[in-house]
Design a protein around this ligand. Structure first.
Ligand code: FAD
Length: 417
């Protein structure tokens, strides 16, 4: 068997598992460091991605990547009551083909293998990965970017996983669901539901004008455990549209979106690194991750390259340096604070949730922007959260205080991190 291993082995500095956004983003950052990189994915790295990614335009501009947007909305609003709240912040959708090609252009030196990671063995000087068809690939470090439920990266078991779930339609409608050129981040209006339905977990619609008579409307559950079903979301979307006198005339695409929001942090002692969903990088209170991956990949790649340069660095040593770069103390603290926010939101019924978001988006934009993009330091985040508590109506304050009783452990974890 060891002979077979040696014959199949192809050694590189890094082996990236997965060719989704996380895989290509980290592969590009590792190539930028001048490392030799191999990749492993069941599909070709240029196979079209299933999802389209939304992002605030200023986040992409800061990365010099705004040219990768397919849609750009200046008129962004949200509804937490009868009137639209102007967000005064541009939102966009990445052109997924161009985004993927941009990353492929930066990963041209990567040798891609087709297959699925099955298991890995970690030696003193390298890791050996065996694919499901028995091929063995060797690298100084394996970076698992195979999604939220990864092939190799380990995290502690957890009892309850909250999911973001959404059912959306791209198509033509009997009348426009939004104003021309408008983007609706969240429409939590729910007058179309019965009093009994309004006792159930709230959902909102995410809506946008794609131009040329095409719109996207998506009924979304921000997070709930267990996940809200697609059937319920579809029914609610139809009810919402019907109440506004809107009929669906042509369905061009149906999106069914489901991903975990509060997965445990990975085991930082393991000899495999993770990135993207595999490293629990989804923002627990919003579900966004693409901006975070683009911002954090260069630091992770630098930490890997620097540790690789140390004599005799084992996969374990390299992985630990990488986990430390991804999840330093400040970031851990903030993560637990966001998780606390998520747990609180999941227990808010509709009126309280609307009051909460209304207060949240009344904060100075740098605060809510920094909260959503993880761009504040821990003291700034705490200050923003305390400031919001001070301005919130009483029902939100009570809800947050109740959350301290129920999920105060997360606040302690934030302090102890
Ligand atoms: C429908 C949907 C819409 C979303 N919209 C947004 C959004 O608008 N903005 C945002 O920021 N986030 C969004 N997210 C959240 C998050 O950004 C996505 O889930 C994102 O795709 C995660 O990227 P990833 O590369 O970690 O995982 P994935 O995109 O799941 O990619 C995983 C890759 O690993 C490969 N793989 C899996 N198993 C193996 C294996 N054993 N061996 C080798 N390869 C393997 C897969 O084939 C794939 O190539 C959305 C999520 C979903 C589901």
């Amino acid at each position: 068997m060891s002979e077979v291993l040696r014959q199949d082995a192809q050694s590189t500095d890094a082996l990236v598992i997965g060719a989704g956004p996380a895989g290509l983003i980290i592969a590009a950052a590792l190539c930028e460091q001048g490392l030799t990189v191999a990749g492993l994915a069941p599909e070709a790295p240029d196979a079209p991605w299933p999802n389209t990614y939304g992002i605030w335009v200023d986040e992409l501009e800061a990365l010099g990547m705004a040219h990768l947007l397919e849609h750009h909305w200046r008129n962004s609003v949200a509804y937490f009551g009868p009137e639209a709240v102007a967000l005064h912040r541009d939102y966009g959708l990445l052109d997924k083909t161009n985004f993927q090609q941009y990353l492929l252009d930066r990963t041209q030196s990567v040798l891609w293998h087709q297959g699925k990671a099955k298991q890995a063995e970690h030696l003193a000087d390298c890791s050996k990965l065996t694919t499901s068809n028995g091929t063995v690939l060797e690298a100084r470090i394996i970076v698992d970017a195979s999604g939220h439920f990864p092939a190799l990266a380990q995290r502690p078991q957890q009892d309850s996983i909250a999911y973001q779930a959404a059912y959306g339609i791209v198509g033509k409608f009997s009348k426009p669901p939004v104003e021309p050129g408008q983007f609706v981040l969240m429409d939590y209006r729910a007058e179309h539901l019965t009093a009994e339905e309004r006792q159930q977990p709230p959902t909102f619609s995410y809506e946008m004008d794609f131009g040329e008579g095409i719109h996207f409307v998506e009924e979304t559950s921000l997070a709930y455990a267990p996940a809200i079903s697609f059937e319920l979301l579809e029914k609610r979307l139809q009810r919402r549209l019907a109440a506004r006198g809107i009929e669906v005339c042509e369905v061009q695409h149906v999106e069914r979106c489901l991903f975990p929001m509060n997965l445990s942090l990975p085991d930082f002692g393991q000899a495999v690194l993770g990135f993207g969903g595999a490293a629990s990088m989804v923002h627990p209170a919003s579900g966004y991750m693409v901006g975070a991956m683009l911002r954090r990949a260069p630091d992770l790649a630098t930490a890997i390259a620097q540790t690789l340069a140390l004599p005799n660095a084992s996969p374990q040593t390299i992985a630990q340096a990488g986990w430390q770069a991804l999840w330093n103390r400040d970031r851990l603290r903030k993560h637990y604070l966001y998780l606390f926010g998520l747990e609180a939101l999941m227990n808010f019924e509709e009126p309280r949730l609307n009051h909460h978001f209304s207060t949240f988006f009344q904060m100075p934009q740098e605060n809510w922007r920094g909260f959503l993009a993880d761009g504040l330091s821990t003291p700034e985040l705490v200050q923003a959260m305390v400031g919001m508590f001070g301005k919130a109506p009483n029902d939100v304050r009570w809800g947050l205080m109740r959350a301290v009783g129920g999920n105060g452990n997360l606040l302690w974890q934030a302090l102890a991190a």
